[in-house]
Design a protein around this ligand. Structure first.
Ligand SMILES: O=C(O)[C@H](O)COP(=O)(O)O
Ligand SMILES: [Mn+2]
Ligand SMILES: [Mn+2]
Length: 559
């Protein structure tokens, strides 16, 4: 016990035993919705997940995975992996980046913090560069926040501003980039009327330029570096609106994968490379897809690609993206202080933990799960295994992804009996759902279901317990709908494909031979959400959850 009297020691659960192997399986992007042809989960052959549903209401139920239940500003905010895994791992609901930035902008406190003061010193003689996702998706960034930030920076003496846009089409409809660029251009024009030299300087699609994650493909970040910092790109345009429209039309590129472009002046000179003395802000609040570019912008020594030129800039993130690495060291808004996560507690109580996914979701069950901290709490008791993802492809061409490999590694970890908890993320429903390819997403859902089966079979063999859940919806609805639930058509009469997540709840199922008789879902937490899962899992390990955690979903009834 520390001097504050705080201790990580958990009380024993009065009724549940210790020592059972608990598998915690997170199906990424697997929500619950009415069956129809655009619900890829219902279309797919998913016998394992279907059989779990038969356990309702005692052993299968739904939990909330969007909006305020996961710390997002409103009930119109769909869930996402960051907030979902944060809630699953931390057992409490934290106001998340989106909300914290809203508050800091509304109060003006963003301009009083250390991070802003640090970059503000460059405004006199240098250019302010803003790099980030141009979207109102609210997953990584929000356009209204960017517009407020632009206004605020100009009121705090930014004389020359360059915006480096990344187009979305993943958290929002494909093609929406055009409207977002128009909105941004209008605001920049207003700034110019007020004497601020403000323009868009470069751009590219988020999945091809800058926003890679978990080091899956550094070339993505490199392309961004060339366009944003060096002012070099395969495509040059006089305006961003023209760039986005032409690249979409002529190359048939979608918003997610637009190639990098730079905006040039009448002499073909790029309008906004980054030079010594400039200030740079990455305006995304979400961590995973900013961490790599943050390293490139911040680290003096860096060997992931040749930066050619490493300008002496002052760089701040919208948030600090990695609490363990303290990356970046300067930031405009403090991130949620997620502490005492369930992983940290369990390790302190001797629970040996195995976590696994493939690269594109690896940080979800480690970094996000542990409250945006990279690394182990205790390397003696924990083992995190990353299966390398394919890179340079869209996952509709490989919808099975590495589900089988993840399941095999997890099965082996369970059968080794070296671990008390095995925790996995199965990416298929989400990663393939984001491509908007309905046929491939059906294949993806089947593959995820097969992986679940393999893990549950291993749990059966060792007499363990399983918890199967998801972080938010995606594959269960692939079409944009009107208020009455009918698919919306575009002007050509085609359905509008929904590549994004949804507002749907997600299932949670418990079971396995090790589950003590009488364990069932309580009926008195009908509004339970992902944050209630941590206490539930702690109970299944034989511990009471800390008193400030969201209540457990289970009870033990005497038979
Ligand atoms: O980053 C992404 O791929 C999407 O914006 C959100 O998906 P995720 O929250 O499931 O990672
Ligand atoms: Mn997810
Ligand atoms: Mn997703």
């Amino acid at each position: 016990m520390g001097s504050s009297g705080f201790s990580f020691k958990l009380d024993d659960h009065p009724k549940l035993p210790k020592g059972k192997t608990v598998a915690v399986v997170v199906l990424d992007g697997w929500g619950e919705a009415k069956p129809d042809q655009y619900n890829c989960i219902s279309v797919a052959d998913t016998p394992t997940m279907d059989s779990l549903k038969q356990g309702a209401p005692e052993r299968w139920r739904l939990v909330k995975a969007h909006g305020t239940a996961v710390g997002l500003p409103t009930e119109d905010d769909m869930g996402n992996s960051e907030v979902g895994h944060n809630a699953l791992g931390a057992g409490r609901i934290y106001a998340q980046g989106a909300k914290l930035v809203d508050l800091a902008l509304a109060s003006g406190k963003i301009y009083e913090g250390e991070g802003f003061k640090y970059i503000n010193e460059c405004f006199e003689n240098g250019t302010l560069h803003l790099i980030g996702l141009l979207s109102d998706g609210g997953v990584h960034s929000r356009l209204d926040q960017l517009l407020l930030l632009l206004k605020g920076c100009s009121e705090h003496n930014a004389r020359r501003i360059r915006v480096h846009i990344l187009t979305d089409g993943r958290d929002v409809l494909d093609g929406s980039s055009v409207g977002f660029v128009e909105t941004l251009e209008n605001e920049l024009a207003k700034l110019r009327e007020r004497g601020v030299d403000a323009q868009i300087a470069s751009g590219g699609g988020r999945m091809y330029v800058t926003m890679d994650r978990y080091e899956n493909d550094w070339d993505v970040v490199k392309r961004g570096w060339y366009a944003q910092v060096l002012g070099e790109a395969p495509y040059k345009f006089r305006s961003a609106l023209e760039a986005v429209k032409k690249l979409r039309e002529e190359l048939k590129a979608n918003d997610q994968y637009l190639p990098p472009f730079v905006i040039v002046d009448e002499n073909e000179k790029p309008v906004g490379p980054i030079f010594d003395g400039d200030a740079v802000v990455t305006f995304n609040f979400r961590a995973d897809r900013m961490s790599m570019v943050a390293q490139a912008l911040e680290y003096e020594s860096f060997d992931k690609f040749d930066r050619v030129r490493f300008p002496k800039i002052r760089y701040a993130g919208m948030l600090q993206y990695d609490g363990e690495l303290k990356l970046p060291s300067h930031y405009l808004v403090s991130p949620p202080e997620i502490e005492r996560t369930s992983g940290e507690y369990l390790v302190h109580n001797g629970v040996r933990t195995f976590a696994c996914s493939e690269t594109v979701k690896f940080g979800h069950v480690t970094f996000f799960w542990n409250g945006n901290r990279s690394g182990y709490f205790n390397s003696e008791l924990e083992e995190y295994v990353e299966i390398p993802s394919d890179s340079g492809i869209t996952f509709n061409v490989q919808p099975k992804m590495k589900a089988l490999e993840i399941a095999e590694k997890t099965r082996d970890a369970i059968l080794s009996r070296k671990f008390d908890q095995v925790r996995v993320n199965l990416p298929n429903g989400d990663m393939v759902g984001h491509t908007g390819d309905i046929g491939a997403t059906v294949v993806a859902c089947k593959a995820a279901d097969e992986a679940v089966k393999m893990i549950l079979d291993a749990i059966e063999q060792v007499g363990g317990i399983y918890v199967v859940t998801a972080d938010h919806g995606n594959a269960e609805d692939m079409v944009k709908r009107n208020k009455t639930g009918q698919p919306l058509l575009d002007k050509n009469g085609n359905i509008q494909i929904l590549t994004s997540h949804t507002l749907q709840p997600v299932p949670i199922a418990i079971g396995g031979p090790g589950l003590a008789p009488g364990v069932q879902f309580r009926k008195d937490v009908p509004t339970g959400g992902l944050a209630n899962v941590a206490a539930t899992v702690m109970n299944l390990h034989g511990f009471e959850a800390p008193s400030d955690y969201e209540p457990t979903l289970i009870e033990v009834v005497d038979n």
